[in-house]
Design a protein around this ligand. Structure first.
Ligand code: T4K
Length: 403
């Protein structure tokens, strides 16, 4: 039980932090460690470390089975998977994406001298607002990349309609959405293709990893060539411009091992989410982003929106309090891609078209969850938040006078 009852007993006032060790957002989940080590030993014994090895093939097969999508092409990380997909789709000119995303979505385009056109989001879902997408289409627009932020799916039908109407390619950055569904259909089956990330911080990780998942045979074949230097069948047979986007065997072994525990990871994330939901329910000015429980979710992000007019303190102040207590909450996705370099200097006025993004990036934050977080941890975190808000004027006064 957490014994701090008054805000003046919080660590920002010089008391010991609630957590001895830092509690991070994005702590990796590890499946059955013995199975993983067996697999790594097997890789070492067989001396096949990369280039479409057994574990990569197994991982691809299992992700295809899990999502129901025809093809999964494993890639070394989500960013390179996005870059390869962008190229394989033949995107050029301008591509519409949300600014409210991890910067990799924008970089995957800019890296290839394609202009990311930042679009506003629907504040209820944090994903692309289809009405705003329409307003941004120009003769140079070649595609739309939606992002299923927090694993909550985009409005795929509306986006598909727009794409069809204007003859644009539609794809999704599904980095957060492994294991999620939309209208009963698993993510992995929408648009021309979807990209997963299996980075360490994702609930299903391959240390580093990514994949393109698609039902399009031709696109899949092209991506397979592109991620392997453009090598066709046989030796020394280059048939295409390619890069090195291959996943290695140890990464794939981690992915395969994690997949065996995926239901356990999701159950734990769900329990954590429900506990946060209960314990934060009565705290004024704090809104927990909700998942649609009629769909499949991975519940890997615990996202709060802080309304300073009601809570008395703003998101940054609450994050400061939590950091003092060794709870390393994060401000995903602050400040929005359009305010990061180089995009800020390329598009200095982009914010004028992004009022919802600008508002959200000032109030959103992410809390620790995953298999390493206990019910006691969650109770402590919620009590810290509760105390900080209950006596917000003292916290605010202290933080302001400390500057
Ligand atoms: N699209 C979207 C929408 C994405 O969110 C991402 C990645 C991508 C594309 C690109 O996919 P990848 O190319 O990464 O496969 C982290 C991750 O590095 C990034 O993968 C992720 N999104 C993003 C949301 O979060 P940072 O800058 O916050 O990383 P960092 O080093 O601050 O770590 C985050 C937290 O995780 C910290 O609290 C520490 C903890 N952590 C991290 C690592 C790597 C651990 O506890 N153990 C670890 O091994 O970006």
């Amino acid at each position: 039980m957490y014994t701090v009852n008054r805000v003046s007993e919080l660590a920002i006032f010089g008391n010991p932090p609630a957590f001895q060790e830092k509690l991070h957002v994005g702590r990796p989940n590890v499946g059955d460690r013995d199975r993983l080590l067996e697999r790594i030993n097997d890789i070492l014994d067989r001396k096949w470390f990369s280039n479409n090895g057994n574990y990569v093939q197994e991982f691809e097969r299992k992700i295809s089975e899990y999502t129901g999508a025809k093809h999964c092409i494993a890639i070394c990380n989500g960013t390179i998977a996005l870059e390869i997909l962008v190229r394989a789709l033949g995107l050029t000119g301008e591509v519409i994406i949300p600014s409210f995303t991890f910067v990799a979505t924008a970089h995957a385009l800019q890296w290839q001298e394609i202009t990311p056109v930042f679009c506003d989001i629907d504040p209820a879902t944090h994903t692309l607002d289809p009405n705003q997408v329409k307003r941004l289409i120009t003769p140079r627009t070649s595609g739309i990349i939606g992002v299923h932020v927090w694993g909550r799916p985009c409005q795929t039908e509306e986006l598909a309609e727009i794409a069809a109407q204007y003859n644009l390619k539609l794809a999704f950055d599904a980095s957060h959405a492994v294991g999620c569904s939309h209208n009963g259909q698993m993510i992995g089956n929408f648009g021309e293709a979807e990209v997963f990330s299996f980075h360490a911080t994702k609930f299903l990780n391959a240390f580093e990893g990514g994949a393109v998942v698609t039902n399009n045979d031709e696109l899949a074949a092209k991506i397979r060539l592109m991620k392997n230097f453009g090598f066709g069948p046989g030796y020394d047979n280059v048939v295409y411009v390619g890069t090195n986007g291959k996943m290695n065997e140890v990464a794939a072994a981690m992915g395969v091992t994690g997949l065996e525990s995926i239901d356990t990871f999701i159950e734990q994330n769900y329990r954590n989410y429900k506990q946060y939901q209960t314990e934060l329910a009565d705290i004024d000015g704090v809104k927990l982003a909700a998942y649609n429980e009629l769909e499949k979710n991975n519940y890997q992000y615990i996202i709060l929106e802080i309304d300073p007019a009601i809570a008395g303190i703003n998101r940054n102040e609450l994050v400061q309090v939590l950091h003092a207590e060794n709870v390393l909450a994060r401000r995903y996705f602050y400040p929005g891609c359009h305010k990061m370099h180089p995009y800020q200097s390329y598009f200095p006025n982009a914010g004028l078209l992004l009022p919802q993004t600008e508002a959200l990036t000032e109030k959103v934050m992410s809390l620790p969850t995953g298999t390493g977080v206990t019910p006691e941890d969650i109770s402590k975190i919620c009590q810290i938040i509760c105390l900080a808000i209950k006596e917000s004027h003292k916290v605010k006064h202290f933080l302001n006078s400390a500057v």
